[in-house]
Design a protein around this ligand. Structure first.
Ligand code: FAD
Length: 635
């Protein structure tokens, strides 16, 4: 940054970004000038090195940005991964003796800007000449995602065929208020401090909470961030037409192609390598990582480093502590602190700006839920699935189109079937893979009178078969012989949604730190929201661009909340398409309601709407059907 210039751009032309440049050392853009450019090698990059701790999507993305944008030689990068495979939460595996397992699937959208920026350059798994982005786009164009039944009840009946939110004016105001509150006023607060039953009982909240796995006691701040981040998707919440999915499970479609691309560029991967601590030295405000302690295949060792080695650490995994059961065994409940969380604790002890993992670990009851991967082996089950989805899973196309939530399920169970095959070696004539999740694992089931967390895979299969309308007399036999179900208990899956205090998440690069970054969903990224693959990738891009001073802007978080067209559309969507004319604008005693409503109508029809109708605002309001102009005479 010299004389008010940064990368040849003048301060006055970077008005919203100057703060980023001054505070963080990178800047954002949303245009082709920046996104289309090819970066030049970062200064002295051939003499710099990188240690990436964790090969989830965040760690892999950091290595990719180092190679692609900073032009660091791949051989200078070492990735330490505690497990035997990469991917972290983005998993997908066949475990001999158990079966197919995915802890979850990923809903994605068109505006995961950093993700698509990267995936345009990573070859896809099916064809090395086609990028992940192109493969994904072509697939979703040819076979768009939407749900025929977003919510079911009464054992397989569509519970919301009208696709309405059914929000009262009061509920709309509650949601609007949270959406517009300042972050500082939401730290440490839960959503039930702001929403009343008026909102909690609306279809809107039902769609919202089950789509993202929110509970009423979760963070109000995170709900606000989601509302702002995905305001352009509001209408799509009712049928999930806003979502996109990969062709196969996330490991095969995303992780393996990234890993292969990195290995082709010479990046070193060390598995069974648990980094237990990173030690820092401090000089004044300057903090530098100087030693990485790592246990490889059970053997403790350490690596001395200096400012020329950048370290990237994914702090706190939401799939840490996951325990798998099997068809005949319930999963264990394990809340011991180890792995990424223990390492973060060790690092956090060294400086207050390194965050506070203990706040997120305090109450596993708030952060847990359970999933299950069910493989059906009996075609009779497909009949019940098709009755709900209107689609045969064997067609190879969209099936459920995102989750189907069972409204009258004690466990608040949702289930989904992605395009089959979901695994490269899966025989779709014999197997269909279903992913199930229960938000409230301490509740008792409707058919199986047990808490979900105490259930074997077979019992979870029974409960699911019951809710999809399988005849009662067939449930037990089909669950025993026609399914193989692997439960997956995840005690830390929503640590992202704990109503956290300010400072609990460290900055991606905390102030004064010269060579160490926190990556992933427990790092602070302005405006982006947690529990997304995009946030992990964005944090990686921020860290790499800062350390290597990459001469390119980071794509800004999609700005739909600042786009008046999306905001107006969201108002109408929230009201199930009703124009705003008769919204209660003023709170008045009931005896005054009628005259005030009449006054409001007169004011709108005679004064406000005729005036705006002469302007471009009127064009917009008409096009988006924000107001009903039928009573308006425009001269
Ligand atoms: C069930 C479920 C559903 C989800 N749904 C969606 C969705 O619909 N859309 C979406 O965008 N996102 C979704 N997510 C979230 C998304 O998958 C995660 O936020 C993202 O994958 C996290 O990636 P990460 O690399 O930041 O961390 P992780 O995936 O947690 O990876 C961290 C990796 O680092 C390793 N590691 C950590 N510490 C150490 C250490 N000290 N030494 C060595 N290795 C270490 C771990 O073993 C792990 O491999 C979902 C997640 C889950 C679990």
């Amino acid at each position: 940054m010299d004389n008010g210039f940064y990368n040849g751009l003048e301060r006055k032309n970077l008005i919203f970004n100057w703060h980023d440049i001054e505070e963080q050392g990178f800047y954002h853009s949303n245009g082709n000038y920046e996104s289309g450019c090819t970066t030049v090698p970062a200064e002295d990059i051939e003499n710099k090195h990188a240690i990436v701790i964790g090969s989830g999507i965040a760690g892999l993305a950091a290595a990719c940005f180092l190679v692609r944008d900073a032009k660091m030689p791949g051989k200078n990068i070492t990735v330490y991964e505690a497990r035997s495979v990469s991917g972290g939460s983005c998993d997908g595996m066949f475990i001999p003796g158990k079966g197919y397992v995915i802890s979850g699937g990923r809903e994605m959208d068109d505006h995961f800007e950093c993700m698509w920026d990267l995936f345009k350059d990573i070859p896809s798994c099916d064809d090395k000449n086609v990028s992940i982005l192109d493969a994904y786009k072509r697939l979703n164009e040819a076979d768009p995602n939407f749900s025929n039944c977003r919510v079911s009840e009464k054992r397989g009946q569509n519970a919301a065929p009208d696709k309405k939110f059914n929000m009262s004016d009061k509920a709309q105001m509650e949601v609007l208020k949270v959406m517009l509150m300042k972050n500082d006023d939401l730290y440490g607060k839960s959503i039930d401090q702001f929403f009343t039953d008026e909102t909690f009982n609306s279809n809107f909240w039902y769609y919202f909470k089950t789509m993202f796995a929110f509970k009423n006691e979760h963070s109000a701040l995170e709900v606000k961030l989601y509302l702002q981040r995905f305001i352009h998707h509001l209408e799509g919440f009712t049928d999930l037409s806003s979502l996109r999915f990969c062709k196969y499970n996330n490991y095969d479609s995303i992780i393996l192609p990234m890993e292969n691309w990195l290995k082709d560029h010479g990046v070193n991967f060390v598995y069974h390598a648990m980094v237990t601590n990173v030690l820092f030295t401090k000089e004044g405000n300057k903090k530098t990582a100087t030693k990485v302690e790592v246990t490889i295949e059970g053997k403790e060792t350490s690596v001395d480093i200096d400012e020329n080695t950048f370290v990237f650490f994914t702090n706190g995994s939401n799939t840490a502590n996951i325990k798998l059961g099997d068809h005949h065994t319930a999963p264990e409940w394990d809340t011991s602190v180890y792995g990424s969380w223990k390492t973060w604790q060790n690092i956090a002890k060294q400086d207050p700006s390194f965050g506070n993992p203990d706040e997120l670990l305090a109450d596993p009851e708030i952060t847990q839920w359970e999933s299950a991967t069910l493989t059906t082996m009996d075609n009779e089950i497909l009949k019940y699935i098709t009755n709900i989805t209107g689609r045969d899973p064997r067609d190879g196309k969209v099936v459920t189109g995102g989750i189907v939530t069972i409204k009258d399920s004690g466990w608040v169970m949702s289930w989904t079937i992605n395009r089959q095959k979901h695994f490269l070696d899966q025989d779709t004539e014999k197997n269909t893979i279903v992913w199930i999740y229960g938000l409230y694992t301490s509740n008792v089931g409707n058919y199986v009178k047990k808490r979900m967390r105490d259930c074997t895979g077979e019992e979870i299969a029974k409960e699911w078969l019951y809710h999809i309308g399988c005849p009662i007399e067939k449930i037990d036999e089909l669950a025993a012989k026609g399914c193989n179900c692997i439960p997956c208990m995840m005690p830390r899956v929503t640590t992202y949604f704990v109503s956290r205090s300010k400072g609990t998440y460290p900055e991606v690069v905390p102030a004064g730190v010269t060579n160490f970054a926190f990556l992933g969903n427990h790092a602070n990224v302005e405006r982006d929201c947690s529990f997304t693959t995009e946030k992990s990738i964005r944090s990686a891009m921020m860290a790499v661009y800062k350390f290597a001073k990459v001469n390119r802007a980071i794509p800004e978080v999609y700005g739909s909340i600042y786009d008046i067209r999306w905001v107006l559309k969201a108002f109408v969507d929230m009201r199930d398409g009703k124009p705003l004319n008769d919204t209660k604008m003023f709170e008045v005693p009931s005896f005054l309601e009628k005259p005030v409503a009449m006054g409001q109508k007169l004011l709108l029809d005679k004064v406000i709407l005729p005036a705006v109708d002469k302007t471009d605002i009127g064009v917009l309001l008409r096009r988006l059907k924000v107001f009903d102009f039928s009573g308006v005479k425009t001269k």
